[in-house]
Design a binder for this molecule. Structure first.
Ligand code: ADA
Length: 565
């Protein structure tokens, strides 16, 4: 199951998860040797989903690897992959059937008319990164995993498939946690015939038919259905009211959950349903030493419980689209979420690279189209710590902002800048977010006060004084178990003192709308990247096995002392 709720009953889904055959292709010889149709003799079992970089013998393998299995289907079938790292090429019975770039969003391969019933599936996965045009680049502060990290499915169809389902709305008469909504549901369809076929689209909300419309599909089709919902319960962290939407046609159906809320950024505040909300957050990598990014559902639940216990009301999914089940959990728990794509410290060369722009726009489009219905997502992040001091950065980021706003005008836009005093792109976003590490990488903790004074002056002088300011990253490393009365760097004592000082400073500052501690848990990083002790980024307030450090209780006391307003 790829979601926390039942799929629509009209959709016939067969899971392909389990044991596949696996072979690394160090010399990139697989294609020439015909592995797409007949695998090499010396394959071995590999569980799917999983990352080969978490399996003995493959911890550090970055490159091309192949997965193989057979499947049974005939007629119109969709092969669905919810997350494959890097570049994925799909071969069915030896024929190239689809390609996808970008690990953290899913993709589907539509097989229009399978004649026989037994088929051979080969998936070529290339996890190679470079310093030029991959997203992320080789230098990124997390481990470059390889594998099929999320679920795989067969969707069995007759003639038509719903390929996209977005719920947009405008609210009116907001009062006492309720509102009226004008809802516009957008659907796209695919059929296995170019002849025009007619379908009736039924929209159901919480099991009740609220609208119907006819649609013609000739290979492809789309439909919009508009209807009114009166006095619905608004979604908020304290009252995360969700509604189940089903879109059904005669031979397919999709389901999604959504919640209704109004997001605004004005007068330096972030408002939810007209009330200012103080964001108290952490940055969370979907990472674990034994699972990589392929976290089991139980760990998503454990992370959510630990983060809520710390008094957080928001999570930044640093630095890539998250598992849809975790986003479903955020919806259910009222946990506000910042989602972004894995663009980490890109510079002018990347901002001028057409392939990077195409890949980035595609990743943003796939992220927004996949996750647009999640009420918990309040912000889209354009990128992380890019060099934002050049015209190339401005036009690159403007394209990304326009791409997202075309798809979704309901959420706030931001990006995390690491050069706030030199940044020239704040006009593109609703919320200004700052990553800084005064007192860890540079200077002393008290330098934050001087920085904030200078930064507010810059914002006011440049006319951005009304944009909410978020401190989106700040933190200190603490190697688990290192304790010391004089609290030297890398001790848990230093980290706890650092977060106590910074959180109290930020949470008392009326110009700061939110904080995201770097970071929730320690994560594995590339052994040769950034020289991190023990090959981990050690700034978690819990370690990689989610064991609390001294700082965890410090964060909890700071966050729970402050109201959400
Ligand atoms: C940056 C970056 C994070 C992490 C952090 C750190 O802010 O965005 O991914 O690398 O620094 O630990 O230095």
């Amino acid at each position: 199951m790829n979601r926390l709720f039942e799929e629509n009953k009209n959709r016939n889904i067969v899971s392909l998860d389990g044991v596949w055959q696996f072979k690394t292709d160090e010399n990139n010889a697989g294609l020439a040797q015909g592995w797409a149709l007949s695998p090499p003799a010396d394959c071995h079992d590999m569980p799917v989903p999983s990352l080969w970089t978490c399996m003995p013998g493959f911890y550090r393998y970055e490159g091309v690897a192949w997965y193989f299995r057979r499947f049974t289907a005939s007629g119109f079938t969709a092969l669905v992959f919810h997350g494959v790292t890097g570049l994925a090429d799909v071969y069915v019975d030896g024929v190239h059937a689809g390609q996808h770039y970008g690990g953290w969003t899913g993709f589907e391969v539509l097989l229009k008319n399978l004649t026989s019933s037994e088929h051979f599936l080969a998936l070529r996965v290339n996890s190679t990164s470079n310093h030029t045009d991959t997203i992320p680049l080789t230098v990124a502060d997390w481990f470059h995993h390889g594998g099929i990290m999320r679920g795989t499915e067969l969707h069995l169809h007759d003639t038509a498939r719903i390929t996209h389902f977005a719920i947009r709305y405008t609210l009116s008469h907001l009062k006492d946690g309720k509102a009226d909504a004008t809802v516009v549901c957008s659907l796209r369809f695919f059929s296995n015939t170019t002849q025009s076929i007619q379908r009736t689209v039924k929209m159901l909300v919480d099991g009740k038919v609220v609208a119907e419309t006819a649609v013609s599909i000739a290979g492809k089709g789309e439909a919009k259905i508009t209807f009114e919902l009166k006095q619905i319960n608004l979604w908020s962290p304290d009252s995360p009211a969700l509604y189940r939407f089903d879109a059904e046609i005669e031979d397919d159906g999709v389901a999604d959950m959504t919640g209704f809320r109004l997001l605004e950024a004005r007068d330096g505040k972030i408002l939810l349903n007209g009330k200012a909300v103080k964001l108290k957050g952490v940055n969370r990598h979907e990472e674990h030493p034994d699972f990589g990014h392929a976290l089991p559902l139980s760990l998503h639940y454990k992370d959510m419980a630990i983060i809520k216990e710390a008094g957080c009301n928001t999570i930044r999914g640093s630095h890539y689209p998250n598992d849809q089940r975790f986003l479903d959990l955020c919806d259910r728990e009222g946990m506000l979420f910042w989602e972004e794509v894995p663009m980490w410290q890109f510079h002018e060369a990347q901002h001028k690279n057409q392939l990077v722009l195409e890949r980035a726009c595609t990743m943003h489009t796939q992220m927004v189209e996949r996750d647009i219905n999640h009420p918990s997502i309040i912000m889209w992040g354009l990128h992380n710590e890019n060099d934002m001091t050049t015209q190339a950065a401005f036009s690159f980021s403007k394209s990304l902002a326009e791409t997202i706003r075309t798809l979704d005008s309901s959420r706030l836009l931001t990006y995390a800048t690491m050069m706030p005093l030199e940044d020239i792109c704040f006009s593109l976003v609703d919320v200004v977010s700052v990553n800084k590490y005064f007192g860890w990488y540079v200077g002393e903790s008290a330098d934050w006060k001087i920085f904030l004074r200078d930064f507010y002056k810059k914002l006011d002088d440049e006319g951005f004084g009304d944009k909410p300011v978020i401190i989106s990253e700040f933190g200190a490393g603490a190697i688990p178990g290192v304790r010391n009365f004089d609290a030297p760097k890398w001790s848990e004592d230093f980290q706890a003192d650092y977060l106590d000082y910074t959180l109290k400073l930020f949470l008392a500052d009326p110009r700061i709308a939110g904080t995201y501690i770097w970071q929730y848990c320690d994560i594995r990083v590339g052994w040769d990247s950034l020289g991190r002790p023990r090959g981990f980024n050690n700034k978690g307030i819990v370690d990689e096995y989610r064991r609390p450090k001294l700082a965890y209780k410090m964060v909890k006391s700071c966050y729970t002392d402050i109201s959400n307003e």
